[in-house]
Design a protein around this ligand. Structure first.
Ligand SMILES: Cc1cc2nc3c(=O)[nH]c(=O)nc-3n(C[C@H](O)[C@H](O)[C@H](O)COP(=O)(O)O)c2cc1C
Length: 325
C-alpha cells in the first residue's frame, strides 16, 4: 500500500531505514545524510506491506512549474514487484493535481554502470524522455543525464483526478479558467449531437452564497466558484433519450479540465437530486427554465486539505481481454 507520509520525523526514519539498506548505491555517508535531511520537508510516499517499509520516494519543487524526483529507494528484496512504479504514480498524480507542468529526474548517464542502466530504463518505461547531458554536474567521469516528463497529458490528468470534498483556499478562480472548464463541457459528445446539457458558471459571490444557502447538509461550503449542470430530457431519436449520457460526458470533461488547471472538484449529484430536491431550489435561484433540470454541481477551487484517493478494484478484476476471464 502506498501512503503519503506527513511528519518530518517519520520521513527521516523511513529514508534512513531504506537508504541504509542500500549502502552500495548510497555509499557516501555524507550525501546519504543529506538526502535523509532533505527528504523531511518534501512531499514523501512510502510503500508499506504487512508492517514492512519496502521503499520510499520524495519529490522536490524546483520551480513554480516543475518538480524533481529527488530521491527514491526500494529494498533489494522488494525489487521487481512494481513498487517503484506505484510510488512514482502516486507522486505524479500529486504533481498533476498541484498544477505542475513537468517532473524531472537526474541520473548518471546510461552506459557507465549496470545498475544505472537499469535505473535509466526504468525512468524511460515510466514515460520520461532524455533531455540533456550535463558533463560537469558531478564530475567529468560521471555525466548527469536529465530526464523530463510533461505532466500535462490527458492520461496523467485522468489518473490524478479524484473527488475532493475538503476545504478550498479563498482564492478567486480567474474567469478565463472558468471559460476553459465550461468549454470542455460543451465539447463533450452527445447522442445525435442534440447537446442537451447546459452549464451555468457561478462566480458572483452573492449568487454563490444564495446557492450554498440551499444546500443542507452543506457541501462545497468554501468553494470560490461553482459549475451548475443542467439537462434537457428530450429524445435523441424515436423514444431514445440520451440526456444522462450527454451530461455525464460533459461533467467528466469539465472535471478533467478542472484538474488540469490545478483546481479540484467533486461530482455532486446524489446529494442535490435526493428526495429533498435541493436541485430544484438551486434552479429557482438561477432562474432555470422549466424544461431544464439541475442535475449536478461541481465546486471549483484550489484544495486547502490533503487528498484521499479512494481504493479502486484491481485492473485485472475489471478489464478483460478478448473474453470474460
Ligand atoms: C452520478 C454520480 C453521483 C455522485 N454524487 C455524489 C454526491 O452526491 N456526493 C459525493 O460526495 N460524491 C458524489 N459522487 C462522487 C463519487 O462518490 C466518486 O466519484 C466515487 O466515490 C469514486 O471516487 P473518485 O471520484 O475519487 O474516483 C458522485 C459520482 C457520480 C458519478
Amino acid at each position: 500500500m502506498i501512503r503519503f507520509i506527513k511528519g518530518a520525523d517519520e520521513r527521516k526514519r523511513i529514508a534512513r531505514e531504506i537508504l541504509e539498506a542500500l549502502t552500495d548505491w548510497f555509499e557516501v555517508e555524507e550525501s546519504r545524510e543529506q538526502y535523509i535531511a532533505d527528504s523531511a520537508g518534501q512531499p514523501f510516499w512510502a510503500s508499506v506491506d504487512d508492517g514492512i517499509t519496502e521503499g520510499f520516494l520524495c519529490l522536490k519543487e524546483t520551480g513554480k512549474e516543475s518538480m524533481e524526483l529527488a530521491v527514491m529507494g526500494v529494498r533489494r528484496e522488494c525489487h521487481r514487484k512494481g513498487i517503484g512504479r506505484k510510488l512514482f504514480e502516486a507522486a505524479k498524480d500529486y504533481a498533476v493535481r498541484k498544477g505542475y507542468e513537468f517532473i524531472q529526474v537526474k541520473t548518471v548517464r546510461s552506459g557507465l554502470y549496470e545498475d544505472y542502466d537499469i535505473t535509466n530504463e526504468f525512468y524511460k518505461s515510466l514515460g520520461f524522455k532524455e533531455l540533456e547531458v550535463l558533463s560537469d554536474y558531478w564530475d567529468e567521469a560521471n555525466p548527469c543525464q536529465i530526464y523530463v516528463m510533461s505532466l500535462k497529458s490527458t492520461v496523467n490528468t485522468i489518473a490524478a483526478r479524484h473527488s475532493y470534498r475538503g476545504a478550498f483556499l479563498q482564492e478567486e478562480v480567474p474567469e478565463e479558467h472558468l471559460i476553459i472548464i465550461a468549454k470542455a463541457g460543451t465539447e463533450a459528445p452527445s447522442g445525435c449531437n442534440k447537446q442537451t446539457t447546459d452549464i451555468i458558471v457561478v462566480n458572483d459571490p452573492e449568487v454563490l452564497a444564495r446557492i450554498k444557502a440551499q444546500i443542507d447538509p452543506p457541501i462545497a461550503a468554501t468553494a470560490p466558484a461553482m459549475i451548475v449542470v443542467l439537462t434537457r430530457r428530450i429524445n435523441a431519436y424515436r423514444n431514445r433519450c440520451f440526456a444522462v449520457q450527454d451530461y455525464s460526458a460533459a461533467i467528466e470533461n469539465m472535471l478533467l479540465a478542472i484538474v488540469e488547471l490545478g483546481y479540484q472538484s467533486c461530482w455532486y449529484e446524489g446529494h442535490i437530486t435526493d428526495d429533498d430536491r435541493i436541485c430544484d431550489k438551486i434552479a429557482a435561484v438561477l432562474n432555470v427554465p422549466e424544461n431544464y433540470d439541475v442535475v449536478c454541481i461541481l465546486p471549483v477551487g484550489k484544495a486547502a486539505d490533503e487528498f484521499h484517493a479512494p481504493g479502486k478494484k484491481a485492473f485485472s478484476e475489471r478489464v478483460h481481454f478478448n473474453r470474460w476471464s
